[in-house]
Design a protein around this ligand. Structure first.
Ligand code: MG
Length: 371
């Protein structure tokens, strides 16, 4: 659907998770384009955005009252597009509600696809999902006008996070403050810790696999510390296509909101003369096993991606609460995956796997604390 074509009014945008980093930047894009975008509805967590909209839903996703109000908002016939930026697994239910109502979804919350990629993509059908994750937006843009059978592999770039460039650093000893000090991007705490463990890339491999229907073994990762090349696609003829620019999430947000158009001056241009010294390195999967773990969990299926995701969310929470060491995050995810008895692939099974993993980690993090 071309949102501009049949509409003689601004696009009505719903922002789920308006107080987070992506939510705030989405509001910024809306504010800068009042003739083309209108804030139709939003959800806020603990903080207030002091915004006027047709719908304002406050509280926590997962609470019955909140979810009911969100469902009414995203299924309203006047809503054109839903930006999903609620962090973590709680974004699954509202995403499914929007897709089932036939809405366009711009997805920032990769956990939704990690947990239930098959179900979500089936609900999205022909129109697909518009990625807001910078790497996936890059791949999406590289794929415009290309045939799927022309793709050899996707190359997801990783900044490496704060610890990749310091191989002598003891990952048992790094502090919460060190993990939250990301060298390139300013983001929420969960994704910043995921960038430091490289679990963010593991989740992004699964995300790319579902978004673009490319087999897992053809989604690869390379470390690119400058974060200028946002990702690449390699084609069967040997050519590489990349999307480049300064790190700025307002670009992928604008691409998702205005597709298939491009918004003039969405971000300041990147002077090509400044792009010297771009580096690319293979990922050391021994020091950072997250990508391998994610790939294995997704290949095995049967609720394991949901276990990976939920165990990671809980373990990151325990690290941020200073209950477990940094290295305990990935160790905990690995242990949860090894202990998981296996489930099924229905939504019910996935939610059960999610619940199982959270309980497992909460029981476990007490004992890890003393290690
Ligand atoms: Mg990303």
């Amino acid at each position: 659907m071309n949102l501009r074509g049949p509409l003689n009014r601004p696009i009505n945008v719903v922002v789920l998770g308006a107080t987070g980093s992506i939510g705030q930047q989405t509001l910024d894009v809306i504010d800068r384009n009042p003739s083309r975008l209108r804030l139709f509805g939003l959800t806020e967590g603990r903080r207030s955005t002091r915004r006027q909209a047709d719908y304002l839903v406050q509280g926590q996703a997962g609470d019955v009252d909140f979810d009911t109000q969100v469902e009414a908002m995203v299924t309203d016939p006047r809503c054109d597009i839903v930006v999903v930026a609620i962090p973590g697994a709680r974004a699954l239910a509202p995403t499914m509600a929007a897709l089932t109502a036939g809405k366009e979804v711009a997805l920032a919350t990769k956990e939704v696809l990690v947990m239930a990629g098959d179900l979500v993509m089936r609900a999205a059908g022909e129109r697909g999902i518009r990625p807001v994750d910078s790497e996936h937006s890059a791949i999406w843009q590289c794929l415009w006008g290309e045939r799927r059978e022309s793709v050899r592999r996707l190359i997801v770039t990783a900044s490496g996070g704060p610890f990749w460039a310091h191989p002598d650093l003891d990952l048992d000893q790094v502090s919460v403050e060190q993990a939250l000090n990301h060298p390139r991007w300013s983001m929420g705490p969960k994704i910043t810790v995921d960038s430091a463990t490289l679990m963010n890339k593991g989740l992004e491999v699964i995300e790319a696999h579902h978004l673009f229907a490319i087999p897992l073994d053809r989604v690869t990762v390379c470390v690119h510390p400058q974060s200028v090349v946002h990702s690449l696609v390699e084609f069967v003829d040997g050519s590489l296509k990349a999307q480049l620019g300064r790190p700025d999430m307002r670009l992928p947000i604008s691409v998702a909101l205005f597709y298939p158009e491009r918004l003039p001056d969405a971000v300041p241009p990147t002077p090509i003369e400044e792009l010297s010294g771009l580096e690319f390195y293979a990922l050391d999967e021994e020091r950072f096993p997250s990508v391998r773990l994610a790939r294995e969990a997704a290949a095995a299926g049967q609720g394991r991606p949901a276990v990976l995701n939920a165990a990671n969310e809980e373990a990151v929470g325990a690290f941020l609460a200073r209950e477990i060491p940094f290295s305990g995050i990935v160790r905990t995810v690995e242990q949860a995956l090894a202990a998981f008895p296996g489930g099924g692939d229905t939504l019910q099974d996935i939610l059960e796997a999610d619940r199982w993993a959270r309980e497992y980690v909460r029981d476990k993090s007490g004992s890890l604390k003393t290690k």
